[in-house]
Design a protein around this ligand. Structure first.
Ligand code: NAP
Length: 487
């Protein structure tokens, strides 16, 4: 049985950067899917904003082309009637009077300003929204990552946004938190009696978090080269996943109850700096290779700058210094042009203390709970069982496999679908609070500084591989191996 979607109150959702890649690939499709599920009140308006000189009809035609692949044309045209466009330059005054009058025409609507532009524009946009009083009433602002490139720049952005929107109005989006599997992690941990008693250093051997992409940087090279894998993936998405695995049970799902617990985890992360970054981290950069059956160029060639020393791969060993997790390593690994596209969390339990089986039965393998976020969301619990049938007692390691799409016969909503409507509802549970962003930068900053001070170039790896061999050594030194479901 599938739950029927709840409608939300009428809203205006303004997308600054409405002609950009994120809007076309993620935000508008997410809103269209919610429309198809009858969740968008008919009076709600979606307003694209960018500098390009377009009118409503021109914007609708542009979106129609982008969305046509995923929908039936009749309903698409109905949806597009709720979509509008206003040309504006975030840095210039002209056009803002008209824009403010247009938005002000529906004073009772919830107003969401989604800043899907480069973060350099966040401050200008917020100042102007404040100038026109558009921060008043049921107004919210959504900030896309990256929020800064270090603690100082993140603070500058947060301070400036904070002059206009208070913290309860500010939604810092991390779309990983909107994924079904991440919410399922909360339910698995806190809705079952089975796991929580084992969820600690007495029973868990280690945790691995992998976010692997097969794609290269493509057209996002200019942004990526200034960021690199640690800023792009680890400081935000991967630390958020780590927090969801490691946090103490919150007293409720109230936004601050969950975020307070995540913050404690971030504060408990042991520092990685110049003294230990060499042992605990590996950075890499892809070279030419074969990815998904095709020859692909290396990062420098793709970027047009062979001298770049931006990392496209990071592996690291993090530790959480608290009672629950003392001595349990959290291995994090992310990169571009890796062997498979997969995002998953693998929690490996300790071995049984004593085996009663003889060698002929085969070896015992540690239990593992694997939560997969993409490509197909689901959960696998790896258990040891007896190989069925005659032939003596032989041990087999098999997964209890729950692929959500198969188990429930529904396609999973994209994370943005849930998160956009959470903003309309004013529910910030799955969004990052300012202090979380700061704590994450405080931990990531010294790693970046250590790399920069060392002067070492990232280690090369062939596109289509699992990264530099030093990443394998990082985990094998501890007598463990990276989890690979495709093996
Ligand atoms: P993009 O394709 O480069 O789009 C940027 C948008 O901003 C365009 O609509 C552009 O239109 C508009 N813009 C630029 N300067 C402007 C100005 N002065 N005033 C008003 N609008 C302006 O970027 P994107 O990939 O959509 O990414 C947007 C943000 O989301 C970035 O911060 C990115 O890091 C983040 N993000 C993107 C993705 C993704 O998958 N794409 C994923 C996660 C986060 P005009 O040039 O016509 O003004």
């Amino acid at each position: 049985m599938t739950a029927s979607p709840q409608t939300v109150e009428p809203f205006d959702l303004v997308i600054f950067g409405g002609t950009g890649d994120l809007a076309a690939r993620k935000l508008l499709p997410a809103l269209f899917h919610r429309f198809l599920d009858h969740q968008l009140p008919p009076s709600s308006r979606i307003v694209g904003v960018a500098r390009e000189a377009l009118d409503d009809a021109g914007y609708r035609a542009q979106l129609r082309e982008a969305l046509i692949a995923i929908c039936d044309a009749r309903q698409l045209d109905e949806f597009l009637q709720q979509v509008f466009y206003r040309p504006l330059d975030a840095r210039k005054d002209e056009g803002w009077d008209d824009f403010a009058a247009f938005i002000g025409a529906e004073p009772d609507h919830v107003r969401v300003f989604y800043l899907s532009t480069s973060p350099e524009l966040f401050v200008d946009i917020c100042k102007r929204l404040g100038h026109y009083g558009l921060n008043q009433g049921k107004s919210r602002v959504v900030l896309e990552k990256p929020i800064g490139r270090d603690l100082d720049s993140a603070n500058r952005i947060n301070d400036a946004v904070g002059q206009v929107f208070d913290e309860t109005q500010t939604f810092r989006i991390d779309h990983y938190l909107g994924k079904e599997t991440v919410q399922n992690l909360l339910v698995l941990r806190f809705g079952n009696a089975l796991f929580e008693p084992l969820w600690n250093s007495a029973h868990i051997d280690h945790v691995q978090i992998t976010v692997a992409e097969t794609l290269g940087v493509g057209h996002r090279g200019a942004y990526y080269d200034r960021a690199g894998a640690l800023r792009d993936m680890v400081q935000n998405h991967m630390l958020q996943l780590l927090c969801m695995v490691a946090m103490e049970p919150p007293s409720s799902l109230a936004p601050d109850a969950v975020r307070d617990e995540k913050l404690k985890v971030l504060h408990s992360l042991k520092p990685i700096d110049a003294g230990n970054a060499g042992q605990l981290t590996v950075r890499g950069q892809y070279r030419a290779g074969v990815a998904e059956g095709a020859s692909v160029p290396g990062y420098g060639e793709e970027l047009g700058n062979a001298k770049s020393d931006t990392e496209t791969f990071v592996a690291l060993k993090a530790e959480i210094g608290n009672w629950r997790w003392a001595g349990v390593p959290f291995y994090l690994r992310t990169g571009k042009r890796l062997a498979h596209r997969v995002s998953e969390i693998a929690v490996t339990f300790k071995p049984v203390p004593h085996s009663i089986f003889d060698a002929a039965s085969g070896s015992l393998t540690q239990n593992r709970l694997v939560l997969r976020l993409q490509p197909d969301e689901g959960v696998k619990l790896w258990l040891t069982i007896k190989h069925p049938g005659p032939g003596g007692l032989r041990l087999r390691h098999v997964p209890l496999d729950m692929s959500f799409a198969e188990a429930f016969g529904v396609s999973q909503p994209d994370a943005y679908e849930r998160l956009l409507l959470d903003v309309v509802r004013g529910n910030p549970t799955l969004f990052m609070r300012r202090d979380e962003v700061e704590a994450a930068w405080r931990w990531a900053g010294p790693i970046l500084a250590a790399w920069s001070d060392s002067g070492e170039a990232p280690r090369p790896y062939a596109a289509g591989s699992w990264g530099p061999s030093a990443s394998v050594a990082l985990i094998e030194r501890d007598g463990r191996t990276w989890h690979d479901d495709n093996e």
